[in-house]
Design a protein around this ligand. Sequence first.
Ligand SMILES: Cc1cc2nc3c(=O)[nH]c(=O)nc-3n(C[C@H](O)[C@H](O)[C@H](O)COP(=O)(O)OP(=O)(O)OC[C@H]3O[C@@H](n4cnc5c(N)ncnc54)[C@H](O)[C@@H]3O)c2cc1C
Length: 411
Amino acid sequence: MNFRRWADGALIGVTDTSPAFTARYGAPYNVVHRAHLHAALHQQAEALGVRLRLNSKVDAYDVENAAITLADGTVFSGDLVVAADGVKSLARALVAPNGQGAPQPTGFAVYRATVDVEKMRACPELSWILDEHNLNLWIGEDRHVMTYSIAGGRSFNMVLSHRDKGDPAQFRHEEDILGDMRREFDGWDPQLTHIISLVTKALKTPLTSGTAPLPTWLAPSSKLVLLGDAAHAMLPYMSQGAAMAVEDGAALAVALSKLTRPALAGIESASASASASEFESVSSPASSHHTHQQLRFALHLFQQERIRRTSMMQEASLVNSMIWHFADGLLQRARDEAMKGEVQVTTATAAAAAAPAGQKGAAAPTTPWTSPNQWSDPVTQNWAYGYDAEKAMEEAWERGASVREVLVGQW
Ligand SMILES: Cc1cc2nc3c(=O)[nH]c(=O)nc-3n(C[C@H](O)[C@H](O)[C@H](O)COP(=O)(O)OP(=O)(O)OC[C@H]3O[C@@H](n4cnc5c(N)ncnc54)[C@H](O)[C@@H]3O)c2cc1C
């Protein structure tokens, strides 16, 4: 991942996503088209027997009865509503009334666009960017441009972030947006502005972020829980918003797997093999109370772990809105100087790899132990990518053992 100077594209920072990264974190750094991620999750959910109903707007939540009412009047009820209804969440108001912890305008907006790769290939001075199979990020005063290929290299994605305190309702029409976008990056690296000139359609989106963690993700009844952007909207400057939503899902599954009785309606109906006596015991008032206590406890542990993790990611994303956007001057020079070590290591490693066998690795400097580039800084990087959401939830469960005994009794 290459960090480039706004004016001329000079390399000022490098986050190494080579096989060493994959070995360190057990997975490669991949970028994926949103629609393809949805398709993969959809496919997997169906394979696991989950029944899905699409194109169904939720008009109302009933947090006392774990029920939802759809726009067509259909009501569904169960034991728990998991509300992942995004940054404009309807459910959030039921959890945190008075707008507490709701996402706030950040003063930034993005243009989003994809570029026809054939058009880029037709320009010899641009084709290297496709061949490199990398992320390239141009950073400058108050603005940056993130670029990478998606869809197996068939499309080139651009996110162009800039200052905009305007009212999103007043954002201009599509044709105006293209002109505004070009003007915003006028005078930047000619290669970048050349790519921008190839864009024929762009969307403009305001960026909001939670500025303090939501105090809770749970309705007082513990029958509705938020996750994803509904709970922790953040600037996309660590590229971790969707990643956090996926982690939430994995952690919630671990927490719910600890329930010793089939507490959820979905589990009941799916457990065709469960004996009738098990269900009877669930529906008796005493055991249903016990089951609800278990659910409440599991959800509290879940939110404790996840609020900590996601609010730190919100903060890290806000920090990048400062570090990446320095105007040319003292702070910018200090940042670039401190990131220089990353570039030297990468350049030296590439040179060593290209050198005749006997000379390999001769004078390669070692990776710097710290960097203002949060994506490369070893401590921040390990925190961001070395975190295992399922393991962390298991550990939280172990730590909660003694409290569990007191609050819920025999599990
Ligand atoms: C420019 C930009 C770049 C980004 N880049 C990255 C990145 O590189 N990596 C990354 O991890 N994240 C990235 N993100 C963040 C990521 O897009 C979000 O964090 C992620 O989409 C959140 O997922 P979610 O499921 O919580 O919410 P959403 O994706 O917003 O999904 C919520 C869904 O709920 C539906 N919904 C809302 N209300 C209702 C209702 N009443 N009834 C029924 N349905 C409803 C919505 O239609 C929507 O489909 C980026 C964000 C932006 C803006």
